[in-house]
Ligand binder design. Structure first.
Ligand SMILES: Nc1ncnc2c1ncn2[C@@H]1O[C@H](COP(=O)(O)OP(=O)(O)OP(=O)(O)O)[C@@H](O)[C@H]1O
Ligand SMILES: [Mg+2]
Length: 280
C-alpha cells in the first residue's frame, strides 16, 4: 500500500474510532498500579437517564488478569457499565478507577483507550477492502504507525507482532484475504485482533458470540480464555452455555446493581437470580 493511501486510511480510522484521534494528554501506558491485584474499580456508581437509574449504586471489582463474565436480563445496565468504564457515559455519582491511581471519570475516551482499556463493539469496524494483515497493521498504536507512514514498511518487531496476533485470532491462514471475505465469526476475531494491536491491559467484550456458529462459539471461548492472564477480560453475554464454558467468576447485574457474584453454579442456584430470570 502506498504511503499516501496509508495516511488516508489512518485518518479514516481516526474518524471511525474516536479513541484513535489524537488527544491533548496522551496517557503513558504501563503506568497502571495493580499493587492490590485489582485492575478496575467501580464504587457506588450511579447514572440516570431522564430520571431512570440505569446504574444504581454499583460496586464492581475486576482482578488483574481475570476473565469475568457479566450476565443479567435485558436492560440490567451491562452495556451502560461498559460505557462508564470507557468514558462514553459519565457517572452521576461514584468512582471509577483503573488500578489504584487512574481516575477514569476525569479522562477522555481517547485517554482511557490509550491507557490500555480496549472495547470491542458488537458490529465489527474492520476495513472490508483491506486484507486481514493490513487491518492489523492499520490498528497498530499511533506512535508506531508514524514509522510505517514515513518509511512505508514495518519493522521486524512490528511484523512479528502482527503474526503473533494473527495466530491468536486464528486467522494466520487468511492473512492475505480481504476482510470482507471472512465469515461473521472471523470478522469478530479480526476486530479483537485489532484491539490486541493496541496492547490493552483490559478488554471489554459485549455479546461476542451473537450470530456465531457453534464451532465459532467454541473457538471464541478458547480465544477469550487464552487472552486472560496477560489481559483482564470482561465479557458480557446472554448465552449461559457459553458463559459456563469460560467463566470462573460470574457477576449478575439486575436493575443497575450487583444481584449476585460467584461461580456459575453458585449464581445459577441463587434464588434471587432464579427469580429475576424467571420473571423476564
Ligand atoms: N443513552 C441512554 N439514554 C437513555 N436510556 C438509556 C441510555 N443507555 C441505556 N439506557 C437505558 O438504561 C437501561 C440499561 O441499558 P443497558 O443497555 O445498559 O442494558 P443491558 O444490560 O446492556 O441490556 P441488554 O442485555 O439488552 O443489552 C435500559 O433501560 C436502557 O434503555
Ligand atoms: Mg447491552
Amino acid at each position: 500500500m502506498k504511503a499516501l493511501d496509508q495516511v488516508r486510511e489512518v485518518m479514516r480510522r481516526d474518524r471511525v474510532f474516536n479513541f484513535m484521534a489524537q488527544g491533548q494528554h496522551p496517557v503513558i501506558k504501563g503506568k497502571v498500579d495493580v499493587s492490590k491485584d485489582i485492575i478496575l474499580y467501580l464504587e457506588s456508581v450511579s447514572v440516570s437517564f431522564d430520571g431512570f437509574k440505569a446504574i444504581n449504586d454499583l460496586d464492581l471489582y475486576i482482578n488483574d488478569g481475570e476473565l469475568r463474565c457479566i450476565i443479567g436480563p435485558n436492560g440490567a445496565g451491562k452495556t451502560t457499565m461498559m460505557d462508564i468504564i470507557t468514558g462514553k457515559t459519565r457517572p452521576d455519582e461514584g468512582s471509577v478507577y483503573f488500578g489504584q491511581t487512574m481516575d477514569l471519570t476525569k479522562m477522555s475516551e481517547y485517554e482511557i483507550a490509550s491507557a490500555g482499556i480496549g472495547r470491542k463493539f458488537q458490529k465489527p469496524t474492520i476495513f472490508p477492502e483491506h486484507t486481514v494483515f493490513e487491518n492489523l497493521e492499520l490498528a497498530m498504536e499511533a506512535d508506531k504507525r508514524v514509522w510505517i507512514t514515513l518509511f512505508a514498511r514495518l519493522t521486524p518487531a512490528q511484523n512479528d507482532r502482527i503474526h503473533e496476533v494473527l495466530q491468536t485470532i486464528m486467522l494466520e491462514q487468511h492473512a492475505e484475504l480481504k476482510a470482507r471475505h471472512l465469515s461473521h465469526g472471523q470478522k469478530q476475531w479480526l476486530e479483537i485482533g485489532m484491539l490486541l494491536m493496541q496492547n490493552p491491559r483490559v478488554l471489554l467484550v459485549d455479546e461476542p458470540i451473537a450470530g456465531m456458529t457453534h464451532q465459532e462459539t467454541e473457538k471464541t471461548a478458547e480465544l477469550l480464555t487464552g487472552l486472560a492472564g496477560e489481559h483482564s477480560v470482561v465479557v458480557v453475554e446472554h448465552d449461559m452455555e457459553f458463559v459456563r464454558s469460560i467463566a470462573k467468576t460470574v457477576t449478575v447485574l439486575h436493575e443497575g446493581h450487583v444481584l449476585a457474584e460467584g461461580s456459575m453454579d453458585e449464581v445459577q442456584n441463587n434464588p434471587k437470580v432464579i427469580e429475576v430470570y424467571l420473571g423476564e
